[in-house]
Design a protein around this ligand. Structure first.
Ligand SMILES: Cc1cc2nc3c(=O)[nH]c(=O)nc-3n(C[C@H](O)[C@H](O)[C@H](O)COP(=O)(O)OP(=O)(O)OC[C@H]3O[C@@H](n4cnc5c(N)ncnc54)[C@H](O)[C@@H]3O)c2cc1C
Length: 459
């Protein structure tokens, strides 16, 4: 369907939703209901040409743009008031070439669909846990999950990206970035974050054979925190890289600590590997089993379902286990959490032979290669009246934990971090600005924390 907005300009193509259309309200919403923005138009693109037309249309009219796939941005970066949202979610083909062990994945795919399409060919891509997170944003920021320590981040497996970039004063064009052509754009697409350079429409990933895996979960009472967290933090990065694990400490009102993980190996080996956890505190429920990989992805997806609709999250990296004072900060904050939906979550990333840490911090735009663990501090709520208290709690919590942790993962963005370029990009920020100047000199793709064109480090 085509829509003529101006006699002479480029026409919008694809599925176009304007205010007043019965689907407008659903089409404008972000996953994080803390944000409620009202775009001028939303274009659901079905072909790369629809994306090119949308970028041209916006540039010719000076309309602000946002790029969107799975809508899961923590800070609502894929929404905009009065601008155009270029949505790729209806571009969702997946093609596997098992001979070359590569997969072409269009960027509109949610993770559950990627896992399923690859599983049909018995291959896998290391990616995240939530079923409806978009592969687009996940990959551009890094992509962490339960295969990270063995197979690296999602972006480490990205061989090629097709992207619509700005061209000339009002134009747009599709280019392909790989090791030979536009290698700098491929570098920036591996951890430089979404939305700053152009609209990614298709990825080519390296994939790995997969069949069965083993998974575990162990839970404890909140009172075991001072014992369990230090043991998990020493154990998780030192165990075989075939095992990636998580720990989540819920608010004291809930009173539970839960550790889960996935091993590329059998249940007997996994039971042996988790012995240090089982010997700590008083484990309540223990589960260890071998399952088809696709079932494991569903098991890990469960923790991301049925959450409160509004949230504030911040992230950080651990380069070593927290000292006792750090563990005390976590205990204290979770003891006075604003409600029972607050938590601290952590996943092992680095350590012994990990594929994440084997890559140099400057080889891709994702710099946090030496971190042993990544953290998320989160607060969730339903009613607007609770918002301020929850946001303040997350912000104070971050400040209190700062002496013990570093930086932040760009896919866990936080508008309250003043020096976000350093937190997200560290040594790679300078090079990211160079890539930005080359591919988007007019700063067409911009939002509160996009890579700037000029010298300024903050906006
Ligand atoms: C419930 C939940 C669970 C999560 N679990 C994990 C996890 O296990 N592992 C992990 O690493 N992360 C996880 N995340 C974080 C997730 O990686 C980020 O929120 C990611 O940015 C989401 O991408 P999206 O496409 O869904 O979001 P969107 O909001 O659509 O986009 C996010 C950013 O990318 C840009 N973008 C979107 N599409 C494109 C495109 N086609 N081209 C260029 N830029 C684009 C947007 O403009 C925006 O800046 C989780 C998030 C949530 C809410």
């Amino acid at each position: 369907m085509a829509h003529n907005r101006r006699k002479t300009g480029t026409r919008l193509t694809g599925r176009i939703v304007f205010p007043g259309n019965p689907t407008y309200n659903a089409a404008r919403m972000e996953y994080n209901r803390r944000f409620s923005k009202f775009p001028k138009v939303i274009v659901f693109c079905q072909r790369t040409q629809d994306v090119i037309n949308a970028v041209k249309w916006a540039r010719e009219r000076g309309v602000r743009m946002r790029v969107r796939s799975g809508r899961h941005s923590y800070e609502g970066f894929s929404a905009v008031n009065g601008g155009i949202i270029i949505d790729v979610s209806e571009m969702n083909k997946v093609k596997v070439d098992r001979k070359r062990m590569v997969a072409l994945v269009q960027t509109g795919n949610p993770l559950a669909r990627v896992y399923k399409k690859l599983w049909d060919k018995r291959v896998a891509l290391p990616a995240g846990t939530a079923p409806d997170v978009g592969v687009a944003g996940l990959t551009l920021g890094g992509g962490i999950g339960l295969l990270s320590r063995k197979y690296g981040l999602t972006c480490d497996n990205l061989k090629q990206v097709k992207m619509v970039v700005a061209s000339g004063r009002y134009g747009a064009k599709a280019i392909v970035a790989n090791r030979r052509k536009h290698a700098d754009l491929l570098w920036a697409s591996r951890g430089g974050g979404g939305g700053s350079f152009g609209v990614a429409t298709a990825y080519t990933f390296r994939v790995r054979p997969i069949s069965k895996v083993s998974i575990y979960s162990v839970s404890w009472k909140f009172d075991d925190l001072a014992k369990v967290l230090p043991v998990w933090q020493r154990w998780a990065p030192s165990v075989t890289n075939r095992l990636t694990s998580t720990i989540e400490v819920a608010a004291k009102q809930v009173g539970a600590i839960l550790s889960t993980g996935q091993l590329l190996g059998g249940a007997r080996e996994l039971r042996r590997l988790i012995q240090p956890l089982l010997r700590t505190g008083t484990p309540m429920k223990v589960m260890v089993k071998t399952v088809p990989f696709i079932e494991a992805t569903r098991f890990f997806a469960e923790s991301d379902l049925n959450l409160e609709p509004k949230f504030k999250i911040t992230g950080a990296y651990g380069f070593q286990p927290l000292p006792r004072r750090g563990v005390r900060v976590i205990r204290d904050f979770l003891s006075k959490a604003p409600n029972k939906h607050a938590s601290v979550w952590s996943q092992s990333l680095g350590g012994a032979g990990s594929a994440v840490s084997r890559v140099s911090p400057t080889a891709t735009a994702y710099p946090h290669r030496k971190a042993e663990t990544v953290y998320e501090l989160s607060a969730r709520w339903r009613n607007n009246g609770e918002q301020q208290r929850n946001i303040r709690w997350v912000s104070r919590f971050r400040q209190a934990l700062r002496p013990f942790v570093h930086g932040d993962y760009v896919n866990f963005p936080d508008l309250q971090i003043k020096n976000w370029p350093k937190a997200y990009y560290s040594v790679n920020f300078g090079r990211l600005k160079q890539v930005k100047r080359k591919y988007d000199p007019h700063n067409v793709f911009r939002f509160a924390q996009s890579i700037p064109v000029g010298k300024q480090a903050r906006k």
